[in-house]
Design a binder for this molecule. Structure first.
Ligand code: APR
Length: 227
């Protein structure tokens, strides 16, 4: 079976009602990254950071997968599909995709604040201050903050290097190392990008599909299933 690798960003979940980061009215317009998404923010004000991610988790649990998440699952009938997502939501999994790599963690799990590899399921929507990991440190959201290591990046790079076809969906390609993954995809491999606002950084002989995800993804999936 041919291998399809899909790299997704916040844009694929936008039509499920989850805000992107850098669009007008995106999350980073309302918050400073330095106040909520860095180890320093956690040192300074853990309650605020915990509350920020508790609110994000609540929105994720209320959201539902959309036509783009569902369409990707259909590709599995004919291809070996790996989805590498920068998203911390679980909408690919709830849509039915079976092989999803989370580069930036997943908000439905908690993480030890002293050892990132210790993660746990969460009961309900909230991590409370005072809830501790097995080492006795406060639990936080299982997300990768700016300035932290991205433990899955090498696995993701390896997956990209073996792609027979590569699809980018709904990412501004503004954040590294994720944005550099496309450089691991062999030059001759066919590449597509689905985004209503194609980022200039993608400019490497990519087939551009300037549509919203719920329109563009089902369209491309139908084409690939018909081939
Ligand atoms: N369908 C497809 N793409 C869309 C849609 C839509 N309906 N709406 C917006 N987009 C596109 C935007 O045009 C933009 O290119 O989604 C992209 C969103 O970009 P960002 O907000 O920068 O999100 P992302 O690329 O996922 O951010 C990367 O930055 O802060 C972080 O860790 C966070 O994983 C995140 C990383």
């Amino acid at each position: 079976m041919k291998k399809i690798v899909v790299l997704t960003g916040a844009g694929i979940s936008a039509e499920s009602g989850l805000k992107t980061f850098r669009d007008t009215d995106g999350l980073w317009e309302g918050y400073n990254i330095e106040d909520v998404a860095t180890p320093e923010a956690w040192q300074r004000n853990p309650e605020m950071v915990q509350d920020f991610y508790n609110q994000r988790r609540k929105s994720v649990l209320e959201a539902k997968p959309n036509a783009a998440h569902y369409a990707l699952t259909k590709l599995e009938d004919k291809y070996e599909v790996t989805i590498i997502t920068q998203n911390i939501d679980d909408l690919h999994e709830r849509g039915g995709s079976t092989n999803v790599v989370h580069l930036h963690g997943i908000i439905t799990r908690s993480q030890s604040s002293v050892k990132a590899s210790l993660t746990y399921p969460i009961n309900g929507w909230e991590i409370k201050m005072g809830e501790k990991c097995e080492l006795g440190s406060q639990l936080r959201a299982h997300v990768v903050w700016f300035g932290e290591a991205v433990p899955m990046i090498e696995t993701a790079a390896q997956i990209c290097s073996q792609a027979d076809l590569f699809i980018l969906i709904g990412t501004s390609l503004a954040v590294y190392p994720a944005a550099g993954l496309i450089n691991y995809v062999p030059r001759e491999v066919k590449k597509y990008i689905i985004d209503p606002n194609i980022p200039t950084a993608s400019n490497r002989s990519i087939i551009e599909m300037p549509y919203k995800a719920t329109i563009g993804v089902p369209k491309l999936v139908d084409e690939l299933l018909a081939q």
